[in-house]
Design a protein around this ligand. Structure first.
Ligand code: PGA
Length: 253
């Protein structure tokens, strides 16, 4: 059975004091038994300090982006080995905000995924359609295109989680219904089966992201192909994030 995985994408929010308080709140609130995987993805400058606080806990630490080169003249960028050095175990790649505001796509994202995996990081690779694409009936085509940008015989999904995040649901309060999420996740899985094979498709975890809140978490993660959540806004408050984790635990029972 695939493990459930709940990750918090803090985006460009919180200051260091607030971030430390949030991590302490999560440490206090998390049940000791490790039935589901949990991670937080703070802004870059907090990573080293938070890695220290998270040592010996079961909360993973992720970054929100990386460059594809290991080092060099790339002003303002950070490399996968640097993220490892900072204490990260994971990196988010291809988030819709990176695609939308920073023009990231295709070959660039593949290079980032390959570089991150090569540095020993796990990857959360984000995909998902815009409202216009959904209304034009292109959801499946977009899912397929985003997956094929990165997936292929030269990239193993052993350390990759897919995050299906419909752009229309991100930060809008309009969570996809559990049925909509299940339909899209099943589509992701069948695409992955076509690119690789049934065993790879059955093993890869697929998180849902887009306005996940505690009240809908359990129902979302009870769907057969929904293996967790990538949480933005609701990951910024310990009570909300812990509520989503509780929902995940309830979905597992
Ligand atoms: P949201 O963000 O939960 O605030 O909608 C999710 C994401 O962008 O990962």
């Amino acid at each position: 059975m695939r493990r459930l995985y709940v990750a918090g994408n803090w985006k460009m929010n919180l200051n260091l004091a607030e971030a430390k308080a949030l991590v302490e709140g999560l440490k206090k609130g998390l049940a000791a038994e490790a039935q589901i995987d949990v991670a937080v993805c703070p802004p870059f400058y907090m990573l080293v300090a938070l890695a220290e606080l998270l040592k010996g806990t079961r909360i993973g630490l992720g970054a929100q982006n990386c460059h594809f080169e290991a080092k060099g003249a790339f002003t303002g960028e950070i490399s996968p080995p640097m993220l490892k050095d900072a204490g990260c175990d994971t990196v988010i790649i291809g988030h819709s905000e990176r695609r939308q505001y920073f023009g990231e796509a295709g070959e660039l994202l593949k290079k980032k995924v390959v570089a991150a995996l090569g540095a020993g990081l796990k990857v959360i690779y984000c995909i998902g359609e815009t409202l216009t694409e959904r209304e034009a009936g292109r959801t499946e085509a977009v899912i397929s295109r985003h997956l094929r940008e990165v997936c292929g015989p030269d990239v193993s999904l052993d350390h990759v989680t897919i995050a299906y995040e419909p752009v229309w649901a991100i930060g809008t309060g309009k969570t996809a219904t559990p049925a909509q999420a299940q339909e899209a996740h099943a589509c992701c899985r069948s695409e992955i089966a076509k690119i690789y094979n049934a065993a790879v498709a059955a093993a890869v975890p697929i998180q849902y992201g887009g306005s996940v809140k505690p009240d809908i978490a359990r129902e979302l993660m009870s769907q057969p192909d929904v293996d967790g959540a990538l949480v933005g806004g609701a990951s910024l408050k310990a009570a909300n994030f812990l509520g989503i984790i509780e929902g995940a635990l309830a979905a597992r029972k």
